[in-house]
Design a protein around this ligand. Structure first.
Ligand SMILES: [Cu+2]
Length: 148
């Protein structure tokens, strides 16, 4: 009984310190596109709602050699895609990462992404004081975006 209580107290302390340093961010409707063998890249999408002003500045995942914050936009008649320095996440305002817009580009995939599996994704954010903070997400691999 006493042991259980100590374990509980430790868990509480760990959670409290985590809650203090973790940025306030809600991740919803996350998904990543499945790939076929030999396909080196994929994209991950999600809706991010910050509880405090944050800027998404980077991402990483063990399934890809490189992950970048990208934007797709029309440049005249041409759809262009490239890295952005960051995506501002104003407090309380959902920001959608979706095909044709902002996305997390996954490059140099180590293996095909299989539908029905989940990939771990670490988001790196900058908070209002300029400190970098990280949030872990588990992103389902799916050919279709999740139903809202
Ligand atoms: Cu891209």
């Amino acid at each position: 009984m006493k042991k259980t209580w100590i374990a509980g107290a430790l868990l509480c302390a760990a959670f409290a310190s985590f809650a203090q340093s973790a940025p306030k961010l809600t991740i919803a409707h996350a998904w990543a596109r499945p790939t076929v063998p030999g396909q080196p890249t994929s994209g991950a999408y999600m809706t991010l709602t910050a509880g405090e002003p944050l800027v998404l500045v980077g991402a990483s995942t063990p399934v890809a050699g490189m992950a970048e914050v990208h934007q797709m936009k029309m440049d005249g008649d041409v759809m262009r895609m490239g890295g952005v320095d960051g995506i501002a996440l104003p407090a309380g305002q959902p920001v959608e990462l979706k095909p044709g817009g902002y996305h997390i580009m996954l490059m140099h995939l180590h293996a095909p992404l299989k539908a029905g599996t989940n990939i771990p994704l670490t988001l790196t954010l900058k908070n209002a004081s300029g400190a970098q903070v990280q949030v872990q997400a588990s992103v389902p691999v799916s050919a279709q975006p999740p139903a809202h």
